[in-house]
Write a protein that binds this ligand. Structure first.
Ligand SMILES: Nc1ncnc2c1ncn2[C@@H]1O[C@H](COP(=O)(O)OP(=O)(O)O)[C@@H](O)[C@H]1O
Ligand SMILES: [Mg+2]
Length: 422
């Protein structure tokens, strides 16, 4: 059985993660990755795949804006699923239609109004001096230097900044249709989020397509904004994982050839997350694991197993270490697990275990299915499992055997854990 398929099969059918298959020898011959990376790194950007329906939806909203109406879209999805890529495509369409695009990305939660200032004050529109772009921009630019963090500090300055930003946004459409594209709202500063939530009180922005992307992280300011815009009739678009065929198409664009069954097997463990697809392909190219096979390319040897584990772990590297730790322990239980069993395994009270796991849910690492949680991408689960210290991993399997026996699991599952505890 090809290794990649083995990875997939163990993900799909076993409750207990298997260790990588030993003894698969790497075939000789010239590694395909070097030829591939030469073509794929020549500045070529992979095309957008599998998003025809989403683009149709967005194009339709865009066309209503060109006729003078306003519209708002909230675009939500897990990290790496392609929110930014989708709004980039939308911005391309908007520019083609002569719609002025104003955009910014949330990245600076500690600086008041950083998001709105990036979008509205730091535009590259000719004369650099703020006063050359009108008195409102000039006053705001000067004011922002003196607005301290925290809404309770200097409330009069905050109020004035809100007033001026509101005027800027409301008047922007006077010259024609425009698009306000705000990416990664979950990382934006609180005053920008509060102001955007207030704007919803008057309904859609005139002549504007407002697109806001976010991850569903538990943040009160974000929840307030989403609620306000939902009440104001914003469209909600969930950016879902790519289909398997779109993942394969993306991988084929990246390697420049049809991909074989072993690589397809690994692609199936990405859960349709395009960032993971891109990272998997780059990782296997970098470790020389792709070779010509049957008119295309495929994985050979097993040098790529550790690399893929690293890709899986890097997907969760921004999570709190305590959350990563619990998810690592959960990886011992398999692709899905009952929260109570994990609590027993970790020795945590059920409520503490659940509270920690909620961060994993918010980050899209696991999702809920009844009383179970399921790892969204087996690549990530396998990476977490591979990253456990071997002694600790054996101890976890021993505890898992005990916890599952107590919970009434079938004896073959308990036995499989005991086997791995040795
Ligand atoms: N539909 C797609 N087709 C091809 N590549 C994609 C697609 N969606 C995302 N990507 C690629 O996946 C990576 C992550 O996408 P990105 O838009 O940054 O994710 P997000 O903003 O949701 O975190 C980027 O390299 C991007 O080019
Ligand atoms: Mg993004």
């Amino acid at each position: 059985m090809a290794l990649g398929v083995h990875r997939l099969t163990r993900a799909a059918t076993t409750a207990v993660p298997a260790t990588p298959t030993a003894g698969v020898t790497r075939t000789g011959g010239r590694s395909y990755d070097r030829r591939m990376s030469a073509s794929s790194s020549a500045g070529r950007r992979e095309p957008l795949v599998g998003r025809a329906a989403e683009l149709d939806d967005l194009d339709e909203v865009l066309s209503t804006v060109t006729t003078g109406a306003g519209a708002t879209v909230l675009l939500e999805g897990e990290p790496g699923v392609g929110r930014s890529r989708l709004v980039e495509a939308l911005q391309g369409s908007a520019r083609l239609l002569g719609v002025d695009v104003v955009s910014a990305r949330g990245h600076d939660p500690g600086t008041p109004y950083a998001l709105l200032a990036d979008a509205l004050l730091r535009r590259d529109t000719g004369p650099a001096a703020p006063h050359a772009r009108g008195p409102v921009v000039a006053e705001l630019t000067a004011l922002l230097d003196r607005v301290p963090a925290g809404p309770s500090a200097a409330p009069a300055r905050h109020a004035r900044a809100e007033e001026l930003f509101t005027a800027l946004v409301r008047r922007h459409g006077d010259d024609g249709p425009w698009a306000l594209v705000l990416d990664d709202l979950h990382l934006a500063d609180a005053p920008s989020l509060a102001l955007l939530a207030h704007l919803a009180g008057d309904g859609v922005l005139p002549h504007a397509l407002t697109v806001m992307t976010l991850r569903p992280v538990p943040r009160p300011e974000l929840a307030a904004l989403v609620a306000a815009w939902t009440r104001a009739g914003a469209r909600y678009l969930e950016v879902r994982p790519l289909s398997m065929s779109a993942c394969v198409e993306l991988a084929q664009h990246l390697v420049g050839a049809p991909v074989g069954p072993a690589l397809r097997g690994v692609l199936a463990t990405t859960g349709g997350n395009p960032r993971l697809v891109v990272d998997v392909v780059h990782a296997v190219q970098a470790c020389g694991a792709l070779e010509p096979r049957g008119g295309g390319v495929d994985l050979v040897g097993q040098s790529w197993n550790d690399e893929l584990d690293r890709v899986g772990r890097s997907h969760v590297q921004d999570l709190d270490p305590a959350v990563r730790h619990v998810l690592g322990q959960a990886s011992v239980l398999g692709t899905s697990f009952v929260v109570g069993d994990l609590a027993a395994l970790t020795g945590l009270p059920l409520t503490d275990c659940w509270r920690t796991l909620r961060h994993g849910l918010a980050a899209g690492v696991v999702h809920a299915r009844g009383d179970r949680l399921v790892f969204r991408h087996d690549l990530v689960r396998t990476g977490l499992y591979g990253g456990l210290d071997p002694t600790a991993r054996r101890a976890l399997h021993a505890r898992a055997a005990w916890a599952l026996r107590e919970a009434g699991a079938p004896s073959f599952v308990v036995a499989a854990h005991l086997e791995r505890a040795r």
